[in-house]
Design a protein. Structure first.
Length: 418
């Protein structure tokens, strides 16, 4: 089966055989220099978009006006292999904080000098196994420095998202942000809000799900990017902020975005405000619901060993309970406290799941109440909830006992067993 790397090599070879220049470009070159396996491959060429489209049988015009065409390769279980092929270009003025108003096709060297950071501005010739570096990217990688290409303010002015990308790259690759680049980020940090919420959220997602997430958040704070993106954290004291970072540090390396974002904001917002953050970042309804639930329920297991089963069970049957275990364990460890309550809840979930006690079918339903002639109304939920609690707590175990318990509730004004 053809790999993405093999297909990217084939794309270069096909362009070269047709008489064009063609090189691997950007992040795949950076990763290769670092000894990492690239996640995807980009090709830069002097072929015009229409020439690229003629050369390859299947293409997608992802940005023809900017010289970008996607070449599709063999089909895999995850869809077609794909490589973005971009014509060497110099960008004209930017008027939206993201896209240039025009482009001019150019040489490889000119193309390199319009890119964001030196570490992303290198090319590689896979046919001759040769690095082509017009911007000093290899030297900066060796020195562990993140540096904007040319004037940092100009680079950040072209696309404000680069302010946040600088932090992510520096954290991910353990780089120091070069002084002039860092100064420009601090000076322009407030302008990050010009960028769409979806693009900001995607950068946050990549930053917070990376194992260097703590360093990433420290850099965000140092660069002044916390306040414009997550103003809810701005009032945190230094102790609160440090504890929050310690919580992030104690999460497993591989975790998803809703959990890490919940860990980041849990000390500073309530569930409603957590949901507002999700809305502001244009997250999906499912992700917003997860974040709100985790923020609202953190600490709910603190007294788990002493909780009635009817109170503990609804938490344990929630689909995001494993994330809550991870969050509560990380919070407790960050505070230097015992995790016995989390251990108890996890063991209860295992035992009750195995025995079928975790979420048994209800002994009574609304239909039973109708058959008993109980008028519909708010009392339905109160009665059924009380019967359900008694079932979970082991007070009743069959339908007959449930009916007797229901009658007792009605006789005593719907008081529960607790």
């Amino acid at each position: 089966m053809t790999t993405e790397r093999e297909f990217a090599l084939e794309v270069v070879r096909k362009l070269r055989d047709a008489g064009f220049e063609a090189l691997w470009a950007g992040g795949c070159v950076r990763d290769q220099v670092l000894g990492l396996e690239p996640h995807d491959y980009d090709v830069a060429t002097n072929a015009r978009p229409e020439q690229v489209q003629k050369l390859f049988r299947r293409t997608v015009a992802v940005g023809v006006s900017f010289g970008v065409v996607e070449a599709l390769g063999p089909k895999t279980s995850n869809g077609f292999l794909k490589v973005q092929v971009a014509t060497f270009r110099v960008d004209g003025p930017y008027d939206s904080g993201r896209w240039p108003t025009s482009v001019r096709f150019c040489s490889a060297e000119e193309d390199a000098k319009r890119r964001d950071f030196t570490i992303n501005g290198m090319f590689f010739d896979p046919l001759e196994n040769r690095l082509i570096d017009y911007v000093g990217g290899q030297a900066d990688l060796n020195a562990k420095v993140l540096r904007a290409i040319g004037d940092p303010r100009q680079r950040f002015g072209e696309d404000k998202l680069r302010l946040l990308r600088a932090v992510r790259f520096a954290a991910r690759f353990e780089l120091t942000i070069e002084a002039a680049t860092a100064e420009a980020i601090r000076e322009m940090a407030a302008q990050i809000t010009i960028v769409s919420a979806e693009r900001i959220a995607e950068e946050l997602r990549k930053l917070l799900t990376n194992r260097h997430r703590v360093r990433g958040m420290r850099l965000m704070a140092e660069m002044g990017l916390i306040a414009p993106i997550l103003p809810e954290l701005e009032s945190a004291t230094s102790n609160q902020w440090e504890t929050t970072l310690q919580v992030l540090a104690r999460l497993p390396e591989e975790v998803d975005f809703p959990l890490t974002l919940s860990a980041l904001v849990h000390r500073h917002v309530d569930p409603k405000r957590a949901g507002i953050i999700g809305e502001r970042l244009k997250l999906s309804n499912a992700e917003r619901d997860r974040i709100s639930w985790l923020v609202g329920k953190h600490g709910a297991l603190n007294d788990a060993p002493n909780m009635r089963k009817s109170k503990l069970t609804p938490i344990l049957i929630h689909p995001d309970i494993q994330d809550l275990f991870l969050l509560d364990r990380a919070i407790t460890q960050a505070l230097g406290a015992s995790t016995a309550h989390v251990d108890f809840a996890e063991e209860s979930l295992r035992q009750w799941s195995a025995s079928g006690e975790l979420n048994p079918p209800p002994l009574l339903t609304g239909d039973d109440l109708i058959q008993l002639g109980i008028p519909r109304g708010p009392q339905y939920k109160r009665l059924l909830d009380a019967v359900r609690d008694a079932q979970l707590d082991g007070v009743i175990s069959n339908k007959q006992e449930a009916l007797e318990y229901l009658q007792k509730l009605r006789d005593t004004g719907e008081q529960t067993h607790g």
